[in-house]
Design a binder for this molecule. Structure first.
Ligand code: SF4
Length: 399
């Protein structure tokens, strides 16, 4: 049974936001915490000890500690020119550090400061129905972390604790890099992920107002599954959110990861197990873009058969849209494997075979979709996929 994502978002709001706090994932003991603490361990809310911060190393080859852990060849930015660094990162699986290229303090030589964001995750997703196999099939979040229920494995985080902890964590990371790699690191990015963070934009706005007032030099990333534009409208109408909340957020240096969940109706609903639509996806995307926010569309498991039509249609509506899309490869991490195992057991089939088959399908969709977008871009714009630096691509709503 597919979940109604709007109804679910409204339910989640009741538990996810409590006074001036939000319910976030405490990664201790989670499969996701285990998957993502290989380079730097999860870190606490310094006032409660709950481990609500994790780090993700986007360009592992360029980070002196991550490349060792993941056994990659080292790309030493200190020995490269700005152009070499930019060229290396733009082709990368996650070009996230480059997103900040046009922000005030960014220098290509300091790109590592933008490479591992401090991530908190709103502990509820409106694509998740609260059952053991809910949410997107490929979701990397533990099932329990996404059900919105206040319980062990989740914690309420105030804005004050968030800021104090983020500053303390930055200092701790600095010490680690000094001790272990003789490298100066001043990590900058605060990533507001989920779950679906768009159901707690009031918290995010207050957070950034406080960061700004304190003169802190953080920059932000906001993630969304692009189903909740209508929810933002409703919250603004009802006074839960201030009017024009996204426009207000756009005054801060926040980049938005807009997850494209598919390129045709069936593709979207099959990926997310929710009754969301292409129309909802486009509405949310336009709403964020029209507010003046800089968006980075990441497509997950698009259908290669319908991708070209999708790109053609979207480029007629939003100028340069296809130039700003990246396709995200999918890997079955701990929580993904657990979800697929439960589904295989429900279907009465072998879990290992089911996981293997699913992974093969994701890999083939990824490979074929990269070819489709490359061909499309070569014909439409004369450049190949990932030959453009995304922060240089300006999107313009045409109709
Ligand atoms: S939208 Fe994101 S958090 Fe929600 S179920 Fe899908 S992948 Fe997981």
């Amino acid at each position: 049974m597919k979940v109604d994502p709007i109804k679910r978002a409204l339910e989640l709001r009741k538990t996810v936001v409590k006074n001036d706090k939000i319910l976030v994932v405490d990664y201790s003991g989670t499969l996701q915490g285990k998957d993502t603490s290989k380079v730097i361990d999860v870190m606490p809310n310094i006032n409660t000890g709950e481990h609500v911060f994790r780090f993700k190393f986007n360009v592992k080859e360029a980070d002196p500690l991550a490349r060792k852990k993941y056994k990659r060849d080292f790309f030493d930015v200190s020995e490269k020119t700005d152009k070499e660094i930019e060229d290396f990162v733009k082709k990368h699986e996650f070009d996230f550090p480059l997103w900040y290229k046009h922000t005030k303090r960014f220098k290509m030589k300091n790109i590592l400061d933008y490479n591992p964001p401090q991530i908190i995750q709103v502990a509820g997703c409106n694509f998740h129905d609260g059952n053991a196999t809910g949410g997107c099939w490929y979701c990397y979040v533990d099932n329990k972390s996404n059900d919105g229920k206040p319980c062990t494995g989740k914690a309420y985080l105030s804005i004050g604790d968030y800021i104090e902890s983020a500053i303390a964590n930055r200092e701790r990371v600095k010490e680690i890099y000094k001790e272990q790699a003789d490298t100066d690191m001043d990590i900058r990015v605060l990533r507001f992920s989920g779950g679906e963070p768009m159901i707690a934009l009031d918290y995010l706005l207050e957070l950034w107002r406080k960061i700004d007032k304190k003169g802190l030099d953080f920059v932000g990333q906001l993630d969304t599954n692009l189903s909740t534009g209508i929810v933002v409208d409703k919250f603004e109408k009802e006074g839960i959110y201030e009017k024009n909340i996204l426009e207000k957020l756009s005054r801060f240096e926040i980049k938005v990861l807009t997850a494209l969940k598919g390129c045709d109706e069936q593709n979207v609903q099959d990926n997310v197990q929710a009754l969301t639509t292409l129309e909802d996806q486009e509405y949310s995307l336009r709403k964020i873009l029209n507010a003046g926010l800089d968006i980075y569309p990441q497509a997950y498991n698009p259908n290669p058969e319908t991708l070209k039509k999708y790109l053609t249609d979207m480029d007629k509506k939003i100028k340069n849209f296809s130039l700003k899309i990246h396709i995200g490869p999918l890997k079955a991490y701990g929580p993904t494997k657990q979800r697929l195992t439960l589904e295989a057991e429900r279907l009465g089939i072998n879990p290992d075979k089911f996981i293997k088959k699913t992974q093969e399908k994701w890999d083939s969709n990824y490979k074929n979709s990269c070819e489709v977008i490359n061909d499309y871009l070569m014909k439409a714009c004369g450049v190949g996929y990932k030959e453009t630096v995304r922060p240089d691509v300006e999107l313009k709503v045409i109709k």
